[in-house]
Design a protein around this ligand. Sequence first.
Ligand SMILES: NC(=O)c1ccc[n+]([C@@H]2O[C@H](COP(=O)([O-])OP(=O)(O)OC[C@H]3O[C@@H](n4cnc5c(N)ncnc54)[C@H](O)[C@@H]3O)[C@@H](O)[C@H]2O)c1
Length: 322
Amino acid sequence: MRCVVTGCAGFVGSTLSEYLLAAGYEVLGIDSFVDYYPRRIKEANLERARSFAKFAFVETDLQSASLEELFGGAESIFHLAAQAGVRASWGDDFRIYTGNNILASQRVLEAARSSRVKETLKKIVYASSSSVYGHAETLPTIETLRPQPISPYGVSKLAAEHLMVLYTKEFGVPTASLRYFTVYGPRQRPDMAFHRFIKAGLLGEPIELYDDGEQSRDFTFINDAVAATAAAANAQTPGVVCNIGGGSRVTINEVIREIGDILGSPLKVRRQARQSGDAKHTSADTSLAAREFGYKPQVALKEGLRAEAVWIEEMLKCGVLD
Ligand SMILES: NC(=O)c1ccc[n+]([C@@H]2O[C@H](COP(=O)([O-])OP(=O)(O)OC[C@H]3O[C@@H](n4cnc5c(N)ncnc54)[C@H](O)[C@@H]3O)[C@@H](O)[C@H]2O)c1
């Protein structure tokens, strides 16, 4: 049982790699260490996976690597590599997003349809995003609602999702796409809100809050996202696209209060203007994921925030975060 995890040094990819290794899979991890955030954080993410004998790591860029060779013999390919982040996707840097999110995904699919890879491949699971919806017109949102992304990042994630569906229809490449709704927990990327809030709280610094804080999100704990990703390898419908959410919608103001409670003192808030590309509300209808592969989120927000706070404290102590 061999699988490939692209983006294996990132937040979700490193946690997924460990989950698969613990379940007995042989894992080939691929990552190019894009400089969206520091390499030392990604090296720390990878440490535990590297302690497994069944883990192999290749540092390479999906845009140029010999993917047929790397994918040969794999049963599942979990395609998580991407240029993350909504706010940085405007302007000249969109070139990076088209490369790492669209062109790289197309190369993954081309390799998957080669006879060498097709022979053993049961599924490509692609990490899509709730950002494809933009300002969703109905909440909770179902997958059939027309996606209308409001950021170039969302456009790039949707383009790759369309490629997944297209290669399934046209060439029979078995894919499943998961629209993750804001994933949080240990190893969360340093640009993401909970990470910034908890770190600032621990250091006694003020947090920057964009908009009025009444924007709300469906937050998904990392272990739930990872369990869903592994289970999606067993999805029934070819080319299926499923929401993966945490099961409840919470405002940012509520999260700020919750973090203050966990840390033992309220966060100091500095308000900033709304950022272009940020959706006002997100909420996932996850009944399709439940039907396709038994998805059921398990971890409540308070418990998940506590786990993230413990991790950030540890990483600050050992100097991985500063
Ligand atoms: N974290 C979330 O809340 C969230 C929400 C929705 C969707 N997603 C998607 O989930 C996936 C994982 O997100 P994350 O938060 O772990 O991000 P991350 O930035 O921590 O991990 C992505 C990894 O991909 C690697 N990568 C990027 N381009 C590459 C390339 N061309 N070749 C090889 N490696 C490359 C990066 O170096 C990085 O380590 C991404 O596809 C992201 O779009 C994440």
